[in-house]
Design a protein around this ligand. Structure first.
Ligand SMILES: [Zn+2]
Length: 130
């Protein structure tokens, strides 16, 4: 996903909520998956410019959503922090989440049969006044 396309989608959601709630947005939260590999600075820059242009004074924050994995065999849920991975492997996984299957097994039962349960994609949520 590209930063610019993401910010355009966020701004369109902001515009819609802004109109529906008659300007009562207090805060915009942008949740970014750890595995998404997006440039936070580029997002900030475009988001700030867009909000200013739209005349929306609400604050915003970028929230990092941690990557998590769920085993299909034993149901174990875990995240990357629990594992001892080299920084090189961590970098591979950030660029290409599927690379995780080459380096990581379920910490409980050892299978490669698990799914990426969180930390991909992006979403936006709003804190409203009153
Ligand atoms: Zn397992």
């Amino acid at each position: 996903m590209h930063e610019l396309a993401l910010v355009t989608a966020i701004l369109s959601a902001v515009e819609e909520v802004h109109q529906k709630e008659r300007g009562k947005i207090r805060k915009i939260r942008v949740h970014l998956g750890e595995l998404q590999g997006l440039d936070r600075e580029v997002i900030r820059e475009h988001l700030e410019a867009g909000l200013k242009e739209m005349g929306i004074g609400a604050g915003y924050e970028l929230v990092e959503e941690e990557a998590s994995f769920r085993c299909r065999r034993c149901g174990r849920l875990w995240n990357l922090r629990e594992l001892e991975l080299s920084s090189e492997v961590r970098e591979y996984i950030h660029f290409l989440p599927e690379a995780v299957y080459a380096y990581v097994r379920c910490p409980s039962c050892g299978t490669h049969d698990y799914e990426i349960a969180g930390g991909r994609g992006a979403r936006v949520s709003f804190v409203l006044e009153g």
